[in-house]
Design a protein around this ligand. Structure first.
Ligand code: G6P
Ligand code: MN
Length: 440
């Protein structure tokens, strides 16, 4: 079984490899090919993986290449975890929006639109090459903005591309812990788009336990989403929102905190990662990861007075566990249920069949099949359809190169509050990113 990792020089790749090292079962991944456009980053991560494999017998063999077609040849699974423009690009996405007084964030709001405009053409190229060179491969997309990028790739690959995110799993794990339930035994009624979903019910042995949690102010105050949103707001919603909804429900506070921060998240990570890639080792990778996890969404937590992250949440395990479970289910028909980004079909009736949504899916050797969920309440349907409309303009702008369509993508996003702002954003992003120059 061959796994190709695009963005193979990326910082989170050792998490995936660590998960592979723990998989001893028949039919597991035996060969890993790392692809990256940056040979130095490839070498750095290759060295970390070699350290990880040192004392493990039968560790999956690792090769690395900067040639995309060569990397794809013979792949059974392709993980796409690329970052177009690198962390410098992310920092620019964040900075330009904040300078306009709107949210500057990796995947949400203006920053996410800019990142999408930059990434969709690259993701489409990858999808076309997969279709040509490894037509039977399954593509697991982590590349952000994951929902939008998965939808772009699905136009080429259909249901052979599946998007993943660790945030719904993290939410489910935290809520299950509070309820004293085993997350593997609970059914999570979660639905929406990537980074824009709500947990509306948690069924344990057929009973919805979420009302019990919503009634318990002390329990609500003790976990990440409770601290971010406050018990009263969670009760008003009757659901637990994905942590990324903090950018919507507390937009002013989040924008203020982001503007007041010494540097954006992207700028901070750029410095942090430069130090790591300057002298990479497994030890420094561990230390760097711990620091990265501890500071995740720090500005939001500060704005909410939420304090530090809980010890249990610092342990990573989201991405790679979802990715591995997904591969096992497909490759070995180990049937399971995972929250994934797939084409909607008729799951959320407010969206059309081809819209990529984030919902629980039944996964088997034939792929991921969305499971029917309760309809979204009107407020959630409103946000989901508005954001999907903005995403569709991104896809259209990437295809046509039309400036008007790109302006529309920014202007229609619920977190961009004026068409004039949208026009200025596009002009500023086009100055920052040469690949968007044609849209200016
Ligand atoms: C979560 C999200 C990812 C996102 C990451 C950002 O894991 O699910 O989609 O990329 O956070 O973390 P970072 O450390 O890069 O700010
Ligand atoms: Mn995510």
């Amino acid at each position: 079984m061959k796994l190709t990792i695009l963005g193979g020089g990326g910082f989170r790749v050792p998490l995936v490899y660590r998960a592979l090292l723990g998989d001893r079962a028949e039919g597991r991944v035996t060969r890993v090919t790392l692809h990256d456009v940056d040979a130095e980053r490839l070498a750095a991560i290759g060295g970390v993986l070699a350290e990880q494999a040192r004392d493990v017998s039968d560790a999956p063999a690792v090769t690395a290449t900067t040639d995309l077609d060569e990397a794809l040849r013979g792949a059974d699974f392709v993980f796409s975890a690329i970052r177009v423009g690198g962390l410098a690009g992310r920092a620019a996405d964040e900075r330009v929006a904040l300078a306009e007084g709107v949210l500057g964030q990796e995947t949400v709001g203006a920053g996410g639109i800019a990142y999408g405009l930059r990434t969709v053409p690259v993701a489409l190229d990858v999808a076309r090459r997969v279709a040509r060179i490894a037509p039977d491969a399954w593509v697991i997309n982590f590349t952000n903005p994951a929902g939008l990028v998965t939808e772009a790739m699905s136009r080429v690959l259909g249901d052979r591309v599946i998007g993943i995110c660790d945030s719904p799993v993290g939410l489910g794990r935290r809520v299950a812990r509070l309820l004293g339930a085993d997350p593997d035994e609970a059914w999570f009624d979660y639905a929406g788009l990537n980074h824009l979903g709500w947990l509306r019910g948690v069924r344990v042995a057929g009973r919805d336990e979420l009302p019990r949690l919503l009634a318990d102010t002390e329990a609500l105050g003790s976990f990440e989403e409770g601290k971010l949103f406050g018990a009263d707001w969670l009760r008003s919603l009757g659901a637990i929102p994905n942590e990324y909804l903090h950018y919507y429900y507390f937009n002013r506070e989040a924008v203020r905190a982001y503007r007041e921060a010494a540097r954006t998240r992207g700028a901070y990570l750029r410095e942090q990662q430069a130090a790591f890639y300057g002298s990479p080792s497994l030890d420094s990778w561990h230390a760097t990861l711990a620091e990265r996890e501890a500071t995740y969404m720090a500005a939001n937590r500060e704005a909410a007075g939420a304090g530090a992250r809980a010890e249990e949440d610092l342990e990573p395990g989201g991405y790679e566990r979802v990715a591995l479970a997904l591969m096992r289910a497909i490759a070995r028909d180990e049937r399971t249920t995972l929250i994934l980004n797939v084409r909607n079909r008729a799951t959320l009736p407010v969206l059309d069949a081809d819209a990529v949504v984030e919902v629980p899916c039944f996964v088997d050797a034939n792929g991921a099949h969305p499971v029917s969920v309760a309809p979204l309440p009107l407020h959630a349907a409103g946000l989901v359809t508005a954001v999907k409309a903005a995403e569709r303009e991104v896809l259209a702008a990437a295809e046509s190169g039309s400036r008007e369509t790109a302006v529309k993508a920014f202007a229609l996003h619920p977190l961009v509050d004026s068409v004039s702002v949208a026009r200025r954003l596009l002009a500023a992003y086009a100055r920052e990113h040469p690949e968007l120059g044609h849209l200016a």
